[in-house]
Design a protein around this ligand. Structure first.
Ligand SMILES: [Mg+2]
Length: 264
């Protein structure tokens, strides 16, 4: 684990991708109890090609351009593949969605594998910096994505020392078969258990409302990163703090076990 505490150098095109929109200041929301972190992968650590794959796989079913980023965030992000397929088809009003969902999910997976192979995975450097901060504090960290492709995508992000992103985590529960996906807290509770840290001492970094709901349902602090102008929905989901860049998380407060925004 010690080799996981070195500095990052993000790889991949567009590694500096992050929002710069500022949000109003909000007070510190936790009373110094945090000592572990759980990171969602898609949309938090990586700009992964899930949305792209869902859209491409719609060819032959309906107009792919009807599938918007907002639709992806609201109905699909964080869900297991088949549930995501059903949600897309229902959101688009496609008849016979129950029957089509299975083949749509399979096509989406083929597209995703193709896009990952093609290198269509980018790291968010603000997330890598927050990860590095947490590592520097000596806190244990977990990766918790519903996606069975998260591991392959994290392996594709390499550090200068040759280590890949997946190797940095103390616990990895990505792609585990669980009875229910987010917003059920099962995946985060499994991560906290693996870390050996009570949920109340964990904070979860999420970009999807369903993920924030899962964190809060599990008794954890929810840090929302609004990369898609969706801060309001993350707040509605119960996020303790919402930022548009993870660089806005105050490092000195975090060192004291609290999540707060960096003062303007
Ligand atoms: Mg996500």
């Amino acid at each position: 684990m010690t080799s996981g505490r070195e500095n990052w150098k993000a790889t991949g095109q567009g590694a500096g991708k992050m929002s710069v929109r500022e949000l109003p200041a909000s007070p510190s929301v936790q009373l110094g109890t945090l000592k572990a972190a759980i990171f969602d992968v898609d949309g938090v650590l990586l700009a992964s090609p899930h949305e792209h794959a869902w859209r491409e796989a719609l060819n032959g079913i309906t107009d792919p351009n009807l599938f918007t980023t907002g639709m992806y965030q609201a109905h699909v992000a964080g869900k297991p593949r088949l549930a995501g397929a059903r949600a897309v088809l229902q959101a688009l009003g496609v008849p016979d969605d129950g029957r089509l969902a299975i083949s749509y999910a399979e096509r989406k997976q083929k597209w995703l594998e193709y896009l990952i192979q093609a290198g269509d995975v980018e790291a968010f450097t603000d997330a890598l910096r927050l990860l590095q901060t947490v590592l520097s504090l000596g806190w244990p960290i977990a990766a918790a994505s519903s996606s069975k492709n998260a591991n392959d995508m994290m392996r594709s992000v390499r550090r200068e020392c040759g280590q890949n992103l997946l190797e940095v985590f103390d616990v990895n529960v990505c792609g585990r078969d669980l009875p229910r996906g987010k917003p059920d807290p099962a995946i985060f509770l499994l991560a906290a258990k693996g870390l050996g840290v009570p949920p109340a001492h964990c904070f979860v970094v999420e970009d999807a409302p369903s993920g924030i709901e899962a964190a809060r349902a599990g008794g954890m602090t929810g840090l929302g990163v609004a990369r898609h102008n969706d801060a309001a929905s993350l707040r509605t989901a119960g996020a303790d703090l919402v930022v548009t860049s993870l660089d806005d998380v105050a490092v000195d407060e975090l060192a004291e076990g609290r999540i707060a925004r960096t003062p303007a």
